[in-house]
Design a protein around this ligand. Structure first.
Ligand code: PPE
Length: 312
């Protein structure tokens, strides 16, 4: 269960956790009009640090722009609000949920409602279970198709997209799987309900392109950069479903899921049915950086104790 913290940021002010309420007739409840983010703050050896905050805020503002939602806060203001939240809530590590929503005003599809911006944070453990990172998870290919182009824009992280995600995740759960992988409208691999997907075959990393109805994952980008630095070739390409079965390794990437190995797809073992060596190498490179064990050579961490760097 969610463990409340003290403060939530709302439109420039810090309010009490219990006061972060909206009216039932807010535009968002009927029409799904919200865009949001999921960001982690890690406990590093030199204090809490927010991972890739710049990129997450950029995606939040991009999502809002796609939906013609005007956000009047600057990136640096939002980043500073997050750093301050960690301090006010006395957290070592946490997960942030910034949400931009259309609030209470008129009722009707054509929006005529104020924009509300909230940022909450809390301690959040491992997304797919404690053992998932080491042992891997069992997943299925979903019978639900990922949102098709020209229906809901996949590049926006909008609340409404998660109705599709819920169908994928509930079906997987009902059938005893940790997660489902959806195919895109053309029948090619798209993504999990809340993660991007990577396949390893013959030492090469494959991941679906942005045109395959995937969220432009920030962990996806992190994996691509880490792979490049480790000399592992990466190809963004359409991936047929059956490639999941004959892959040497498959894994998920996501803020919540981090880098989670997949040990079977539709009860077919992937490789040896356990975490593969390339997945392990990428996990190590990832956790070394976010825990502060190695220098942050990519500039991905923003320490909360310091001023926000210029350019955020
Ligand atoms: N695809 C989807 C559909 C998705 O929701 C996420 C993040 C990703 C890919 C990976 O994106 P990124 O986090 O930038 O690497 N899912 C978030 C929400 C999870 C939730 O259950 O809520 C997350 O991981 O924070």
């Amino acid at each position: 269960m969610l463990k409340p913290t003290e403060k939530i940021w709302h439109n420039g002010r810090f309010i009490n956790w219990d006061d972060a309420k909206i009216h039932v007739l807010s535009h968002v409840t009927s029409y799904g009009s919200s865009v949001f983010e999921g960001i982690r703050c890690y406990a590093t050896s030199s204090g809490p640090a927010i991972f890739r905050v710049r990129e997450h805020i950029r995606r939040l503002l991009d999502s809002a722009k796609i939906y013609r939602i005007d956000v009047k806060y600057q990136s640096a203001e939002l980043a500073e609000a997050m750093a301050e939240l960690v301090r006010l809530n006395h957290l070592e590590s946490c997960y942030f949920r910034p949400i931009v929503l259309r609030g209470y005003g008129d009722v009707g599809v054509l929006p005529n409602n104020p924009t509300e911006v909230y940022i909450a944070c809390w301690e959040w453990g491992k997304y797919l279970g404690e053992e998932a990172l080491a042992k891997g998870v069992d997943v299925c290919v979903s019978s639900w198709t990922r949102i098709a182009p020209n229906t809901l824009p996949a590049l926006a992280k909008a609340g409404a997209n998660y109705m599709n995600s819920q169908l994928i995740r509930m079906e997987a759960h009902t059938n005893g799987y940790a997660e489902g992988i959806a195919l895109d409208e053309s029948g090619y691999v798209s993504e999990g309900s809340g993660e991007n997907v990577f396949v390893v075959r013959d030492g090469k990393l494959l991941t679906p392109p942005l045109g395959a109805s995937v969220l432009p994952g920030i962990t996806r980008d992190t994996v691509i950069e880490l792979a490049a630095s480790l000399g592992i070739p990466v190809v963004e390409t359409i991936i047929p479903r059956e490639m999941l079965y004959i892959a040497d390794e498959v894994f998920f990437s996501g803020t919540a899921a981090e880098i989670t190995p997949i040990r079977s797809v539709d009860r077919i073992e992937v490789g040896k049915g356990s975490r593969g060596p390339i997945t392990e190498k990428l996990q190590k490179a990832f956790f070394d950086i976010v825990s502060g064990n190695v220098p942050d050579r990519f500039g991905w961490l923003m320490p909360v104790g310091k001023n926000v760097p210029v350019g955020v």
